[in-house]
Design a protein around this ligand. Structure first.
Ligand code: SAM
Length: 237
């Protein structure tokens, strides 16, 4: 029997001494990839139950059954910060989803703008990337990955949430959120070609909106998304 560092996101209730049969993909991962044996331990988590230690009760090539033992971490409050970003090509979108998960975004909202380079995503694949990133970075929550929305639709239904718009034109103040300001917020990052003037006018109609600079250099969109989130969430980490 050995304790492993494996963490699995389980989207189901977790409790003492409950038997948990795993789905095929996770059974395959534990049995055939990580070659766990009966008695080995791992950690299971989700945002409601927190994190629990579990033990392999049975494992075969097709099915693993775990016994959930005891809680190792209670659920933790997380900052409520959305990342809204103009959809990028597949690899860069994957990178943004993985890094936004590690950095603590609560919602990841791809946006379709006039100059967006893609207009659809494989949501299941992005959700799998987010789960894997949460498992790796020891987060208890997997961010919600939403279906892409046209920018005008996103803005038409924008909630009472502070919106920081990443603006590379050097006329905006540098992004510097008040430390510990746990208010709901969002970062909006444009496409490689930038927002159009009409889009920037539409964005400015949001109830609580600030144009922010991420420094004097013109960052690639994926860099801006990652750097902007890091700045926004550093005061919450
Ligand atoms: N219009 C830019 C240009 O002149 O080349 C191209 C857009 S930039 C590559 C992609 C997006 O990243 C921008 O729409 C903006 O949201 C964000 N961005 C890049 N650099 C930034 C900076 N220094 N400050 C704030 N946002 C930035």
């Amino acid at each position: 029997m050995s304790a492993t560092s494996i963490r699995l996101f389980i989207d189901a209730p977790l409790g003492d001494n409950t038997e948990l049969p795993l789905e095929a993909a996770q059974s395959h991962y534990l049995g055939n990839v990580m070659r766990l044996q009966q008695g080995d331990t791992l950690r299971l988590f989700n945002g409601v139950a927190g994190e629990w230690q579990a033990e392999v009760a049975q494992i075969s090539r097709k099915q693993a059954v775990l016994t959930v033992r005891h809680q190792t971490r209670t659920p933790e409050p997380e900052p409520d910060c959305w990342l809204c970003f103009a959809l990028l090509k597949r690899q860069k979108t994957d990178l943004v989803v993985e890094k936004a998960t590690e950095l603590g975004a609560s919602v990841i909202q791809p946006v379709i703008t006039a100059r967006t380079q893609a207009d659809h995503v494989n949501l299941e694949r992005l959700r799998a990337i987010a789960v894997e990133a949460a498992e790796q970075c020891e987060r208890l929550v997997v961010p919600e990955i939403r279906a892409p929305l046209p920018l005008h639709k996103l803005m038409a239904s924008w909630p009472q949430r502070r919106l920081y718009v990443a603006d590379e034109r050097r006329t905006a103040p540098v992004l510097a959120p008040a430390p510990g300001a746990a208010q709901p917020s969002a970062l909006l990052v444009g496409p490689e070609g930038g927002f159009t003037d009409a889009e920037l006018e539409g964005i400015a109609t949001a109830p609580i909106v600030s144009r922010v600079s991420l420094g004097r250099r013109i960052l690639r969109a994926e860099t801006a998304a990652i750097a902007g989130l890091a700045l926004l969430l550093a005061s919450h980490s």
